[in-house]
Design a protein around this ligand. Structure first.
Ligand SMILES: Cc1cc2nc3c(=O)[nH]c(=O)nc-3n(C[C@H](O)[C@H](O)[C@H](O)COP(=O)(O)O)c2cc1C
Length: 187
């Protein structure tokens, strides 16, 4: 299975650092998974404005292909203004609604305050529900204080939560393989 680890920001390093940690834990449990980290910062973004897909630049087309070719996703986001970064929402807006259907997704997020973990529940999960993803019940929210100055995660509870997230994600990934991505309804 191909798993895309999406670093949903064009600024900052912590979400990328969390993804590298998740990548390690996923590899430990399931060495056969094909894991790829996608940094939104590496792409030349254009606002999604309703034009046909072929009229966006090459990077936007590549974004769509990378999402479509994946069998599951780890979505990493910082919290910006009590929400997710616009660039991540813009990437979601680019996708066909069936792109992530019935595929497993786990969420990791980082914020500068402890209080904003509910952004995941109130804002990111509803988007992934719209896409009909298999969102794992556990997600990991980190705070700046969980990292050292090199952005390594130094909090053992966070490591345990990430290990658990990797374990549950693999279970969901296995489950998704038996779920037909074809649907009876056409929407
Ligand atoms: C524009 C902007 C808005 C932010 N808004 C919030 C916020 O509403 N809540 C919060 O907890 N952190 C907020 N932060 C803090 C970021 O979530 C935090 O800086 C980031 O996750 C730290 O990662 P980094 O060191 O990789 O940048 C904001 C940061 C920026 C740049």
């Amino acid at each position: 299975m191909k798993i895309l680890l999406v670093d949903g920001t064009i600024i900052g390093r912590k979400t990328g650092a969390i993804l590298e940690q998740v990548e390690m834990y996923l590899k430990e449990i399931a060495p056969d998974l094909e894991l790829k980290i996608l940094h939104l910062a590496d792409f030349d973004h254009q606002f999604v404005d309703g034009r046909p897909l072929g009229e966006y630049n090459e990077d936007m087309g590549e974004l769509v292909r990378r999402f479509e070719n994946a069998d599951g996703y780890i979505i990493a986001t910082p919290i910006f203004q009590g929400s997710i970064p616009g660039v991540l929402k813009n990437a979601f807006d680019l996708l066909h609604p069936r792109t992530m259907r019935y595929k497993p997704v786990s969420i990791v997020a980082n914020g500068g305050t402890y209080q904003h973990h509910l952004v995941i529940e109130n804002q990111l999960k509803p988007i992934l529900d719209y896409f009909r993803c298999l969102v794992t019940p556990n997600y990991v929210y980190t705070h700046t204080s969980h990292f050292d100055e090199t952005n390594a995660i130094v909090n053992e509870d966070v490591h345990d939560r990430l290990r658990e997230l990797a374990r549950v994600f693999i279970e969901y990934a296995n489950m998704s393989q038996h779920l037909s991505k074809e649907t009876i309804d056409k929407h």
